[in-house]
Design a protein around this ligand. Structure first.
Ligand code: SF4
Length: 397
């Protein structure tokens, strides 16, 4: 991790920070920006940005331009990745004990929402990693893996409005052909990049997943502190669909006893259809230990009768009980059929064997055009094979 000098943007409404008196060597000095409500954006230039399946235990490559997320969903299991980055910085002497407390927050989860790491210099790291990606995707070794953007934190969270790292990554990927790229987000900001998506989709297999757990605004506000409203997310689906892009809805996590009833799911499927979504995926809640402190008190307050059942059901594992997951899948598949969507098991199908990517000239600006892209297969659920490491975690719902 290389640290950079203080750089504070001078924008209205933001608190300017005084420059450091000494050369910057500390993480807390690498502040890029700060909001009125206390969110700080901290530079974290990465050595590597593309996480391989071997590193993460997932079936695809993953990339997250930011660590931490202002949307602050109570069920977000990417919090531990933020904690990992902070603790590593502390161990390396880049944060003292007081700074460690600030970067972790009083309860251990606040900082995920208020200390956002920005992977400045992401393109240099991406270029290096793409060489590894293409080497490991040699057709004689294995079929092509997908690259999924936004598996750990939202790539279109508010930070992206300023730093535009996700856009830069997409523009770089659009130089290639034969890739399979997925993008997961809750933010309507994704529609800003429709032009890049169109270029990318000309020669690659692209899937844009807009994440939405319910159309009930009251429930959204209870479980997602600062996420965009359902209406604006659905408008983003409509805009991307109107641009001819392969966009769909991902309903994850489905909250047992809260949003898993037919009425809730049906409303989502109907809204997806009306917005022009091409597919809907759904998967149940995973209640990992890092999530419990944040999620269970909210559940307890809103649905006291359910809290005990959750504690029992998730006592020995993070995943939902198998029988529940199967029953939910059946309900979802019936709804997919009824609403004219491809029937799938979630995102899993998409990550089965695929055609190898074509590496023309890695850094050529105008790669040759291929006759056809790999066929787009419909999906199952993300299924990590082992405990993920670093910032590469199963996709955030
Ligand atoms: S679930 Fe996604 S949008 Fe919500 S806080 Fe986590 S990364 Fe952000």
């Amino acid at each position: 991790m290389r640290l950079v000098a203080v750089r504070v943007t001078d924008r209205q409404g933001l608190l300017p920070l005084p420059p450091s008196e000494r050369p910057s060597v500390r993480l807390s000095d690498a502040v890029l920006d700060e909001r009125m409500r206390g969110t700080r954006f901290v530079s974290l230039p990465p050595r590597s940005v593309l996480n391989s399946p071997a590193q993460t235990g997932m079936d695809f490559w993953s990339l997250n331009p930011y660590v931490g997320c202002e949307f602050g969903c109570t069920y977000c299991y990417a919090r531990y990745a933020h904690r990992y980055v902070v603790e590593r910085a502390h161990d390396a002497g880049k944060l003292d004990d007081a700074e460690l407390r600030d970067f972790r927050g009083e309860h251990g989860w606040e900082a995920f929402e208020k200390r956002i790491f920005v992977k400045e210099g992401i393109l240099a790291a991406l270029d290096r990693d793409l060489r590894k990606f293409f080497r490991s995707n040699s057709p004689t070794v294995r079929p092509s893996d997908s690259v999924v953007i936004g598996t750990a934190t939202d790539p279109y969270q508010p930070a992206e409005r300023d730093f535009k790292l996700t856009r830069a990554v997409l523009e770089r990927l659009a130089r290639y052909e034969g890739l399979s790229v997925g993008v997961i987000t809750k933010s309507p900001l994704v529609a800003r990049d429709a032009d890049v998506f169109r270029r990318l989709a000309e020669r690659n297999d692209l899937e844009i997943l807009i994440s939405l757990i319910t159309v009930d605004v009251d429930l959204i506000r209870a479980f997602e502190v600062r996420s965009p409203t359902p209406a604006v997310r659905l408008r983003a689906v409509a805009k991307l669909a109107a641009a001819g892009l392969n966009v769909g809805l991902i309903v994850a996590p489905v909250l047992p006893g809260v949003t898993d009833d037919r009425r809730h799911l049906e409303a989502l499927f109907r809204a997806a259809r009306e917005a022009g979504a091409r597919f809907v995926y759904a998967s149940p809640l995973r209640l990992y230990p890092a999530v419990r402190d944040r999620f269970l008190p909210v559940l307890e307050e809103r649905f006291p009768a359910l809290a005990k059942r959750y504690r029992t059901a998730f006592a020995s594992q993070g995943a939902a009980p198998r029988a529940y997951a199967r029953a939910l899948q059946r309900r979802v598949q019936r709804l997919q059929l009824e609403h004219g969507f491809p029937v799938n098991r979630g995102m899993v199908d998409r990550y089965e064997k695929r055609l190898p990517p074509v590496q023309s000239d890695l850094f050529a600006t105008a790669p040759s055009r291929r006759e056809s892209s790999p066929a787009h297969s419909p999906p199952p659920d993300y299924s990590p094979r082992s405990t993920p490491r670093s910032d590469a975690v199963p996709p955030p719902p």
